[in-house]
Design a binder for this molecule. Sequence first.
Ligand SMILES: C[S@@+](CC[C@H](N)C(=O)[O-])C[C@H]1O[C@@H](n2cnc3c(N)ncnc32)[C@H](O)[C@@H]1O
Length: 276
Amino acid sequence: MKDTYSELTVRPSNHLELFLDFLQTLFPETIEITEDALILRSEEPLEEIAWGAKAFAEALSENLGEPVHVDTSIETKENVDWIARYREAIKPVEVGDFYVYPSWEAPKEGKRNIMIDPALAFGSGHHETTSSCLKAIGERVKENDTLLDVGCGSGILGIAAAMLGAKVDACDTDPLAVENAQKNFGLNNQCVNEIWEGSAPGTDKSYDVVVANIVADVLRMIAKDLKKRTKPGGLLILSGILDTKEALIDEAFSDLELQETIANNEWLTKIYRKEG
Ligand SMILES: C[S@@+](CC[C@H](N)C(=O)[O-])C[C@H]1O[C@@H](n2cnc3c(N)ncnc32)[C@H](O)[C@@H]1O
């Protein structure tokens, strides 16, 4: 990519569309059309095209027998590498032992490194709900635990649990998330035991830990399924709860023992234990 590019503005007095047709024969790239002008951008010189537009105005004027003028101007502008800017904006996230980083950054020594590139599936580690769940998983999940990640998104929470030695199942109602999570498990050299498109009723098993970072209204709707999938004595980690919706969750899960509430800005994560 060059440091600069040229921007040619062609402003005809009339017959804008005829100028557009003509310029499209000379310039294969996109031409921006405004109300009274055509704008061409290129890293190559545009002087010849400007000259062509002037010659075209003269020819048009002669053929139509009416005055046709054109103003042209060329400006040199600074090129911006948007991809580089975007990448600079995505910083790694550190939560306890976990270090979540995009593929263009380096992993961190001494950490449990989780490589996740931001994609359509939610879960890059930047959101308060994801980082609170990572904290809860880091503190609570033990080797050989079974864990179900409901609403796995990118798979980040399941991957973290698998790194701690848990046997992980995962599901998401969004097929793109399932695909992305499978890919991310592989990229992080972790195994997902079972993964399916759907929700908690997609299995008959019960787990030592169930984690669901969705939203309060959905958590309430699927409360029965989440409790059913949690083993007696097991943990249910719920997130995606705005503080204004706390009462709704307290009520829907009042039959479990609330062990901890993690507040991160306006987002709450609640850790429950099912009676054993
Ligand atoms: C906020 S994202 C969480 C992603 C990831 N687990 C994280 O913590 O960053 C919520 C995910 O839940 C999924 N989802 C929404 N409703 C669901 C449901 N009833 N059952 C399972 N997944 C659901 C969405 O498709 C989305 O991928």
